[in-house]
Ligand binder design. Structure first.
Ligand code: ZN
Length: 234
């Protein structure tokens, strides 16, 4: 019996790999139909009109977006549902295949752009899902921001969910509040413990904490280890 490789074929556009979590031009964000939902517990929360179970996860409503991967890739724009799927199931952000079971130990690889060589540290929060070592190697070779600005990689043994990044709305008017200036996409990062603000957040990214982090500099060695593990399983 031959098992399917956890590393999936990566999509390319103009010779550049397109990450699984990248949004495409036909995946435009529609107008979000926001409503106030009165709970039996007596609290009122933000919701989407006609919300399905899939659209409310981790106790939060999630931004609606079509998932067609049609048109042209929009590098730098993240597809909210695919980011959540990748982060919650530890799928590779480049190819979309599972990263769990691709190492002998229980560590998971993370890769981030880093202009100043700042390493990923234990306790750091990230919106960037994990990556296979082979896919990380591909990304640092071909993805312009990583090639030009530099990158940092680390293995993390613990990856607990921390909260979400999203847009926060005024509970009275349902107007979107200004984003945090330090967030690249003008969102707020809200921990699940912030019950007051998370109730009025429309989530667009799942955020995790990296725990027990070990920096990685040699992606080639890690990719070779990964190949050996995948071969042994198959
Ligand atoms: Zn991958």
């Amino acid at each position: 019996m031959t098992a399917i490789s956890p590393i999936r074929p990566v999509r390319y556009w103009d010779g550049i790999p397109v990450p699984f979590i990248t949004a495409w031009s036909k995946e435009e964000i529609p107008v979000q139909e926001l409503v106030k939902v009165h709970r039996s517990s007596g609290t009122t929360v933000l919701g989407l009109r006609g919300e399905t179970d899939l659209e409310r996860q981790f106790g939060v409503s999630w931004m609606r977006m079509p998932a067609t991967r049609g048109g042209r890739p929009q590098h730098g724009r993240v597809h909210a549902p695919r980011q959540r799927q990748a982060m919650s199931r530890l799928l590779c952000q480049l190819c979309g295949g599972p990263t769990v079971g691709t190492r002998k130990d229980e560590w998971t690889l993370f890769l981030a752009a880093s202009a100043d060589g700042h390493p990923l540290l234990s306790g750091e929060r990230t919106e960037s899902p994990p990556v296979h070592a082979a896919c990380a190697r591909l990304a640092v070779e071909h993805c312009p921001p990583l090639r030009t600005r530099g990158w940092t990689a680390a293995l993390a043994r613990r990856t607990p969910v921390w909260g979400v990044a999203g847009h926060v709305y005024d509970p009275l008017t349902l107007r979107r509040l200004p984003g945090a200036p330090q967030h690249r996409d003008g969102m707020h990062r809200i921990p699940f413990t912030d019950s007051r603000r998370i109730r009025w957040t429309l989530a667009a990214r799942l955020v995790i904490t990296l725990g027990d982090v070990v920096p990685v500099t040699d992606l080639d060695a890690l990719a070779d280890e990964e190949t050996a593990v995948i071969r042994a399983v198959r």
